[in-house]
Design a protein around this ligand. Structure first.
Ligand SMILES: Nc1ncnc2c1ncn2[C@@H]1O[C@H](COP(=O)(O)OP(=O)(O)OP(=O)(O)O)[C@@H](O)[C@H]1O
Length: 328
C-alpha cells in the first residue's frame, strides 16, 4: 500500500490553478521531498491530503484511506508539521506537547518528545510566546511526533532553524524513517532535501515536473560534473587526448588548466588514465558536481534561483587520491 497516492489531484482558486492534475505515489517507509519554488502548490497539495482544502478534481488516498470520505481515519495516524504553526503564547512548550498528547489520546511521555526535538526541560517550562522561531519549529515538530505517526507530513520543516537545528532536523527525519515512518516534506531549499530524501518530486506552477532520486534528476538533465585539471605544462596537448573519450564533452584548455564536462561518471577515471598514458602530468584536480541550484533552476525555469541557501553542492577532489595512478 502506498502511503500517499494521488490521481489527477487538482485545486483551482478562481482562475488560478494551484495544483494541476497531480499524479504522485509515495511508498510506505520512504522519505520523500516535495520541492518547488514559492507558490508552486506544495502547501495546497498538503492541505488537500489533510482535508484542510477540498480538491477541485481528482482523488487521493493517504495510508490507503480516501482523503475526502475517510479523513477521520487518516488524522490519528498522521503527524503534521504545518506551515506557519501558531502557538499559544502563554502556554509552556511542555503544555503544548501535553495538549497534543491529550488531543490524540496518546500515551507519549512529554519529556521524551521534548528531548527528541532538542528542547531542554528549562525551555519547555517557558511560555512558548517567548520562543525563537527555531524553538517554535522544534515544538511543532514535537507535537507532530505525538502518537508515533505512520506518516509524518512536514511543510518546510527547516524553516527558522539555524544550521545546527537543520542538522538535528535531518537526523530526526532519518530516525523517524528508521522507525518505519513515511516522511513527506516540502522544501524549497535543495540541500535540506538532498541530505535526507530517498526521492524527490519537483512541483512548478502546480504541475509535477519530475519525480526521481536527486542523482536520477542530475542524470536526466544531462548534468554530470565539471572536471578541472591543472597540468604541469600547457593544457593544449591534454585537450586533444581527452576530447575523444566517451562521456567527456566541452573540453577547453587555458594555460595549464584543462576543463571538461563529464556526462558519464565512469569517464572521470578514463580522463586521468588517458592523460597518464599520453605522458601528461596532472598537478591538481577538482571535480564539481552539477550544482543543485542549476538542477532546480532547470526544472523550474529559473523560479527557484534565489531560493537556495548554501550554494552549490561542490565536490572538490584533489589529485592526491588518484596520484598513484599517474606516474610522474
Ligand atoms: N486560499 C487561497 N486562495 C487563493 N489562492 C490561493 C490560496 N491558497 C493558495 N493559493 C495560491 O495557490 C498557489 C500555490 O500556493 P501554495 O501555498 O500551495 O504554494 P507553495 O508551493 O506552498 O509555496 P511556498 O513555498 O511559498 O509556501 C499560489 O499562487 C497561492 O497564491
Amino acid at each position: 500500500m502506498a502511503a500517499i497516492d494521488t490521481t489527477g489531484l487538482t485545486k483551482r482558486y478562481g482562475q488560478l490553478t494551484a495544483v494541476d492534475d497531480l499524479d504522485l505515489t509515495v511508498e510506505e517507509g520512504e522519505v520523500f521531498g516535495f520541492l518547488g519554488p514559492n507558490g508552486a502548490g506544495k502547501s495546497t497539495t498538503i492541505n488537500m491530503l489533510l482535508d484542510f482544502a477540498r480538491p477541485t478534481a481528482g482523488s487521493a488516498t493517504v495510508l490507503g484511506y480516501d482523503i475526502r470520505d475517510e479523513a477521520d481515519a487518516i488524522s490519528p495516524r498522521v503527524g503534521v508539521l504545518p506551515e506557519g504553526f501558531d502557538i499559544y503564547p502563554r502556554l509552556s512548550g511542555r503544555r503544548h506537547i501535553e495538549f497534543a498528547i491529550e488531543t490524540k489520546a496518546a500515551d507519549d511521555d512529554p519529556a521524551v518528545l521534548l528531548d527528541r526535538v532538542g528542547l531542554s526541560a528549562e525551555d519547555a517550562a517557558r511560555p512558548a510566546g517567548d520562543y525563537s522561531k527555531g524553538m517554535r519549529q522544534r515544538l511543532a515538530t514535537g507535537m507532530a511526533l505525538v502518537g508515533d505517526p505512520d506518516l509524518l507530513i512536514m511543510d518546510e520543516p527547516s524553516s527558522g532553524l539555524d544550521p545546527h537545528g537543520i542538522r538535528e532536523m535531518q537526523e530526526l527525519v532519518r530516525t523517524e524513517a528508521e522507525r518505519g515512518t513515511t516522511v513527506f516534506f516540502s522544501s524549497h531549499i535543495l540541500e535540506h532535501v538532498e541530505a535526507v530524501c530517498d526521492r524527490v518530486g519537483v512541483l512548478n506552477e502546480g504541475a509535477l515536473v519530475a519525480v526521481d532520486t536527486i542523482e536520477g534528476l542530475r542524470e536526466s538533465i544531462g548534468g554530470g560534473a565539471t572536471m578541472e585539471l591543472t597540468l604541469a605544462d600547457s593544457a593544449d596537448p591534454g585537450a586533444d587526448v581527452v576530447d575523444s573519450i566517451a562521456g567527456v564533452s566541452g573540453v577547453t584548455a587555458s594555460g595549464r588548466t584543462l576543463e571538461c564536462t563529464i556526462t558519464d561518471p565512469a569517464a572521470k577515471a578514463g580522463v586521468v588514465t588517458a592523460l597518464d598514458d599520453a605522458g601528461v602530468t596532472i598537478r591538481d584536480m577538482r571535480i564539481e558536481d552539477v550544482s543543485l541550484e542549476s538542477l532546480f533552476t532547470t526544472l523550474t525555469n529559473g523560479e527557484g534561483q534565489t531560493e537556495t541557501e548554501t550554494g552549490s553542492a561542490r565536490e572538490t577532489a584533489t589529485a592526491s587520491a588518484m596520484e598513484s595512478e599517474v606516474a610522474e
